[in-house]
Structures are given as structure tokens and as C-alpha cells.
Design a protein around this ligand. Sequence first.
Ligand code: ZN
Ligand code: ZN
Length: 165
Amino acid sequence: MSEQKTNELVRKIFEAYLENKNLRKTPERFAILEEIYSRNDHFDVETLYIHMKNQKYRVSRATVYNTLELLVSCDLVTKHQFGKNMAQFEKSYGYRQHDHVICIECGKVVEFCDPRIHQIQTMVGDLLKFDVKHHSLNLYGFCSDCSMANKVNESAATAANLETN
Ligand SMILES: [Zn+2]
Ligand SMILES: [Zn+2]
């Protein structure tokens, strides 16, 4: 699906959702939606707010927060809790199914896709008679940069110990 087509569709979905809930269709809300769909990353409320502000949009933190919650409710945005970090968000409409690997040192988030996970979901659903709708799978560890830095620190500590002994 082309990016423009996706943008039109998500706008229509959000419009219908707001109408249905009797909420106001403010330009700020649509600007936030558009901004989110122009990104390809995971972001927290603060990052999005600062980005909107830098682009000279007059939006308050509260509006960004509240719009994000609305977008999560109508499935246009997915909310993640990666470890103890602040909640992170990403667009979800027309975007490939994926899972995440998170670095516990620097917070880097990498996406991966493995069809076997979907197979497990279907199999477990069948087995336990569950109509499984979605899943979340997060793997935690050290990214290559951080494990490299850790090794350097460790050998520096060992060298320091050898010197003092
Ligand atoms: Zn890292
Ligand atoms: Zn993701």
C-alpha cells in the first residue's frame, strides 16, 4: 500500500472514530496522526511532543497524550511497555506484524519478524480453545555496541586489579 493511500485511510478511520465517540475533529489531532504515520520508529510522548513543537505546531503535551490514547483505542497506534522505560508507541495500520528486541543498557529497540511466532499463536489458541487476537513478545539483552563496551570496561577493570595487586 502506498504511503499516501495509507495516510488517507487512517485519516478516514480516525475521523469515523471521533464522530462515533462525539469527539471534536480538531486539526491538532489530525496533525499528530499524520506525524505518527510519517515516522518509522518507536517513540514516547515527550519525543513526539518536542518534534511537533519543533515543527511549529501549537499543541500541548496534554493534547499529544490524549490523542495518542485515542489512536491506541481505535487500533491505529500500538502502545508498548519495554521494561521499565516510559511507554513507547508506533503506528500499526498497514504495518507488518513484528516483535521486538530491546537493549537493557541503551534502550535501543530492534524489530524482527518470524512466521514461527504466528504458528505458535495459532497452535496454542487451538490447543487451549482461545480465540487469540494478538500477542506481544519482547526479548531483552545487550545490543552489540553495549556488550562491546561492557567487555572493554571489564578488561579495563581486570587490568586495574592486576596493577593494584
Ligand atoms: Zn545498547
Ligand atoms: Zn515495532
